[in-house]
Write a new protein. Structure first.
Length: 227
């Protein structure tokens, strides 16, 4: 089973010079920095990860001025009603949102602290070195039973796998897709069934979820055709 997930894509020098920019994996270091004292904080990335981060940081560190910079519309995968709800919720928490703000490097952001949540990449270095087939994005190519198309004895699940479903097609990298694909692959391994005997339920119940400081508010996106 290959399930090494994903990490923040920091290639191309996106974190900039100096030490004021943090990827999401550096949460411990970020926490220590924020305890040093209030200032301005900018989260780069208007997807679900960036939205949740901005909300949680604003609630946990109310003395910090939090901004959220989105290259396109905020929460592009949500409905217009959902985006309106997200904007309103962030506003009540004091988060200032800038949509259509393309940021190539943390050096372009005027803030004491920058949290980079603009892009993720699959952790498949080991898979590539082992010769497993991967797609253009570096995710392991799998069949309907989540087996590697080049090495069927290897199952892949979660963000590292380029799993698909009738709707919506290629599954995005998210916990909402990683959990059901992981359960599907584990069932195949534990039962010892052949691929044909495994129930085709890679994502029938997949739901795109967004937690906005879960203690307060949230938004839920249901994927048509699944369930």
């Amino acid at each position: 089973m290959y399930a090494l997930g994903s990490r923040t894509d920091t290639r191309g020098g996106v974190l900039g010079a100096g030490d004021r920019a943090y990827p999401v994996e550096a949460a411990t270091e970020l926490r220590k920095r924020l305890f040093d004292g209030p200032g301005s904080l900018a989260v780069v990335g208007g997807g679900l990860t960036g939205i949740e981060l901005a909300a949680e940081l604003a609630e946990t560190y109310p003395d910090w001025q939090v901004r959220l910079l989105s290259g396109t519309v905020l929460g592009a995968g949500l409905s217009e009603r959902g985006r309106t709800h997200v904007r309103a919720t962030l506003a009540t928490m004091g988060v200032r949102v800038a949509e259509g703000r393309h940021v190539r490097s943390a050096d372009e952001v005027d803030a004491d602290v920058v949290v980079w949540a603009a892009s993720m990449t699959a952790v498949t270095d080991l898979a590539e070195r082992a010769g497993l087939a991967v797609d253009a994005a570096g995710r392991i190519r799998v069949d309907e039973a989540l087996r590697s198309v080049s090495h069927p004895e290897v199952y892949a699940a979660g963000d590292a796998a380029a799993a698909t479903a009738p709707v919506p097609g290629l599954l995005r990298m998210a916990c909402a897709t990683a959990l059901p694909t992981g359960a599907h692959a584990a069932a195949a391994l534990l039962t010892g069934r052949s691929a044909a005997g495994v129930k085709e339920q890679v994502v029938r119940s997949t739901v795109g979820t967004l937690r906005l400081a879960a203690r307060r508010a949230g938004a839920l996106r249901l994927v048509p055709g699944l369930g």
